[in-house]
Write a protein that binds this ligand. Structure first.
Ligand SMILES: *Cc1c(COP(=O)(O)O)cnc(C)c1O
Length: 417
């Protein structure tokens, strides 16, 4: 990638996505899963149409959580039957869209089920669902946070075992089960353990619900570096032991035919394809501490970290170019706070990191931000223009767009979207 030429042409900050990277990641992940598995892309990682289209062309399905994500998946060419609609607090409008498009819905509570059934009845049709389960077994010992404890996600396994009949709804067929044990699970052994936690619940749940298991969505958690150097971990050694665990689990339940096995991924698929190019605006010192100020901040990357709900980022800045005006200027390297342009002390990617020699005007690149980059950030805060997003295929620019926030009269809006 020629960061300098791209920055000159499109300005900074600038997101660049390389389609070759997302194709490679898809190929590697497919090879890490048991043969015959389906893979769906979680659009929340990055709903950019070019990325979704590229994955759809490879046969990848979609996991969506809003009407806009659903539309993006359909527009990108994902088949309706390869889309799963998930999320913990779905509205009737969302359910109506999902039912109209015959999209499988992941049901997260008894009330969710009732509403899906009512919506299907209202449309004089039926709906298919999978039940999202929160397994009893505590996975936090493996460093996972989304299951085994109190959570707004899914239905507690224990409750399901005792209340299966409370979930029957006349207009909804329960086609299977959905798990999502955690995100960014560090390695092959931990991933395997997380899938086993899901698989262990099958005999009890399939029998309590008295369902034929047509679909088993085991979620994901496939890890990827974020905003730091490094490449995706090789997960190829997951495939064989996972296939063995899966087959053993399916032996323990009555199955007329082998269910469709689904895995989900956002960050593993999209992480590597994205780079944020930004520019050093200033380098300052305050009471002995060095501050490197960039033209991008938590409005463009790492918004969720900026709120300090997550661990602080560990950002790597790869130097791209010293500006022509002063090619031999010497900056200072060493530790510094890395901050953005927003008028809040929360606009910080790192409070104390080792940075290369930098002076104002330098271009820098943040690697591995194809997932949870722009759309996971505080894009409206301080009303700055959003970065352009440029898509490269084989080093050719094939798409260049900019998302814009616009205030419009609600009277002019399409109804209830
Ligand atoms: C966020 C999410 C994913 C994607 O997670 P990654 O860590 O990006 O792979 C998949 N499934 C569900 C249900 C999610 O909420």
């Amino acid at each position: 990638m020629n960061a300098t030429a791209l920055a000159e042409r499109f300005g900074t900050p600038l997101y660049v996505y390389e389609l070759g990277e997302i194709r490679d990641a898809h190929k590697r992940l497919v090879l890490s899963l048991p043969a015959g598995s389906s893979l769906v892309y979680s659009l929340k990682a990055n709903p950019h149409p070019a990325l979704v289209r590229t994955l759809a062309a490879l046969g990848c399905g979609a996991e969506v959580s809003s009407v806009s994500e659903l539309r993006a998946a359909l527009a990108a060419g994902v088949e309706n039957r390869d889309i799963i609609y998930t999320g913990p607090a779905k509205t009737d409008i969302e359910l109506q869209y999902a039912v109209a498009e015959e999209i499988m819905v992941s049901v997260e509570s008894a009330r969710d089920m009732k509403r899906l059934s009512d919506v299907a009845a209202g449309a004089s049709t039926t709906a298919d669902c999978i039940l999202r389960v929160n397994p009893d077994r505590d996975a936090r010992s493996t460093g996972l946070t989304m299951t085994g404890g109190a959570t707004q996600f899914g239905i507690d396994e224990r409750w399901l075992l005792g209340h299966a009949s409370a979930l029957r709804a006349s207009r909804v067929r329960i086609r299977g089960l959905h798990f999502y044990i955690g995100s960014n699970i560090v390695g092959v052994d931990e991933l395997l353990r997380s899938f086993v936690i899901a698989l262990e619940t099958l005999p009890g749940l399939v029998s309590a619900l008295a369902i034929e298991l047509d679909v088993l969505d085991l979620g994901g958690g496939f890890p990827h570096p974020y905003a730091s150097r490094g490449v995706a971990r090789d997960l190829a050694s997951l495939s064989a032991p996972l296939a063995i665990e899966l087959d053993a689990a399916l032996e323990r339940i009555p199955c007329e035919r082998r269910p469709r096995i689904v895995f989900e991924s956002g960050r593993y698929l999209a992480g590597a394809c994205g780079t944020l190019i930004c520019r050093v605006q200033d380098v300052k010192s305050s009471r002995g501490s060095r501050f490197v100020l960039l033209d991008a901040g938590i409005n463009h990357l790492g918004g969720m970290h900026g709120l300090r709900r997550l661990r602080p980022l560990s950002v790597d800045l790869l130097p791209a170019r010293r500006p022509q005006v002063n090619p031999s200027a010497q900056g200072t390297s060493g530790r510094a706070a890395l901050v953005g342009p927003l008028c809040t002390p929360l606009d910080s990617w790192a409070r104390d990191v080792e940075l290369p020699d930098l002076i104002p005007g330098d271009l820098v690149m943040v690697p591995n931000v194809g997932a949870y980059g722009l759309t996971a950030s505080l894009v409206a805060f301080l009303s700055r223009r959003l970065p352009a997003e440029v898509v490269l295929d084989d080093n050719e620019v094939v798409d260049a767009t900019r998302l814009a926030l616009q205030r419009r009269s609600v009277d002019a809006e399409a109804p209830r979207t």
